[in-house]
Ligand binder design. Sequence first.
Ligand code: UDP
Ligand code: MG
Length: 248
Amino acid sequence: MGGEAAESVRTIDKYSILLPTYNERENLPIIIWLIVRFMDKSGFPYEIIVIDDGSPDGTLDVAKKLQEIYGSEKVVLRPREKKLGLGTAYIHGIKHATGNFIVIMDADLSHHPKFIPQFIEKQKLGNYDLVSGTRYAGSGGVYGWDFKRKLVSRTANFLTQLLLRPGASDLTGSFRLYKKNVLEKLVESCVSKGYVFQMEMIIRARQLGYSIGEVPISFVDRVYGESKLGGSEIFQFAKSLLYLFATT
Ligand code: UDP
Ligand code: MG
C-alpha cells in the first residue's frame, strides 16, 4: 500500500477538551451542555476531561452527576486532591487525553463552545500545529471587563508584542486547539506555571517553528464565581515577561 493511502485511513481525528475547574459549580452544567451541543453537531469524536482542583464548593459532585447524564465516554473525570493551579492541570489532563487534538478552555463561560468547530475548521485549512482564539483581531473582542482589567490585558499584550514579536495577536488568551504531540513538546519546554503560562506557550511555539492559526473570539467575563487574577498575578506576569525577554 502506498504512503498516501495509508495516510488517508490512518485515524479519525478525535478532540479532547480539557476543562480545569476551581469552584465552577454553577458554570459546569451549562458549559458541558453547550460543548456537547456544538460538538455533536460538528460530528467529530470528542471527550470532555474535567480536571477539578479540589474545589470546596462541590464542583466534583456536579461533575459526577453530569457524567451520569452524558456517559463516561463523553465526560471523563480526572480530579486532583487540592488546588495545584492551571499549568499543572493541563499537564495532568494531557496525560489522560485519548484524542490526537486537544482543546484548552476555561470552564467559566468566558469561552463559548460555539467557537470549537471554527477552531477545528481553521486547523484543517492550514494543517496548523495550533489554533489560537484571539480577542484582538477581526471580529474578536472582550465584554464585561472593567477598565482596569482591560487595561491590564491590553498592556500585557502590547508589552509582549513589543519585546518578543511572537507573531500572534492574542498572547494571554487561553482558548486554543493544539495537536497533541505539539502541546506535549510545548509543555515540556515551558518553565512558567502561573498565569503567564499561556503566553509562554505561544512564544515557545513560534520559537520552535510551529504554525499558528487564529480565530477571532468574543470573550465574556464570568457571571458566576470569582476571577483568580489579582495584584500578585500581575507582578508575576511582569517578572516572567522579563525572564522570557532575556531568554528567547
Ligand atoms: N482554575 C483551576 N485552578 C486554579 C485556578 C483556576 O482549575 O487554581 C480554572 C477556573 O475554574 C477556570 C479557569 O481555570 O475554569 C480560568 O480561571 P479564572 O476564570 O479564574 O481566570 P481568569 O479568567 O480570571 O483569568
Ligand atoms: Mg475566567
